[in-house]
Design a protein around this ligand. Structure first.
Ligand SMILES: [Zn+2]
Ligand SMILES: [Zn+2]
Length: 119
């Protein structure tokens, strides 16, 4: 399975953040140029493109130990569970591990309006 990404974009016009869900690696560059901003309604044209703030792979597994409260999403985290865990392939609504945030990048799912890609 190839990774599906959530692109965190920043509008070229108003600088506000928004998300584009469900983009493959090949579509990321295209996504910067084809989505109307949900804040100011600006459509990229000519040389203007939304800027890419960061990417988050949405179908990488998130794991939570049976007795733990935090979801982990980096296998390099000291808390990454190797047995007795729950695993999901979408971003959890609950708290995520701060060590994983430090390793992989701050996880801010849901903090900005999202557009679902249909490229
Ligand atoms: Zn905008
Ligand atoms: Zn962790």
């Amino acid at each position: 399975m190839s990774a599906v990404w959530t692109c965190h974009l920043s509008c070229f016009n108003c600088d506000k953040p928004f998300l584009v869900n469900g983009v493959s690696a090949e579509e990321i560059r295209e996504a910067q140029g084809v989505f109307r901003c949900p804040h100011c309604d600006a459509m990229p044209a000519g040389g203007s493109r939304h800027s890419l703030v960061y990417l988050h792979a949405v179908n990488l597994p998130f794991r939570k130990p049976w007795r733990g409260d935090l979801w982990h999403y980096s296998e390099y985290c000291s808390g990454w569970p190797v047995d007795n865990y729950l695993e999901i392939e979408f971003p959890p609504a609950d708290e995520v591990c701060p060590e994983c945030c430090a390793l992989v990048g701050v996880f801010k799912f849901g903090s900005a309006p999202a557009v679902t890609a249909k490229l």
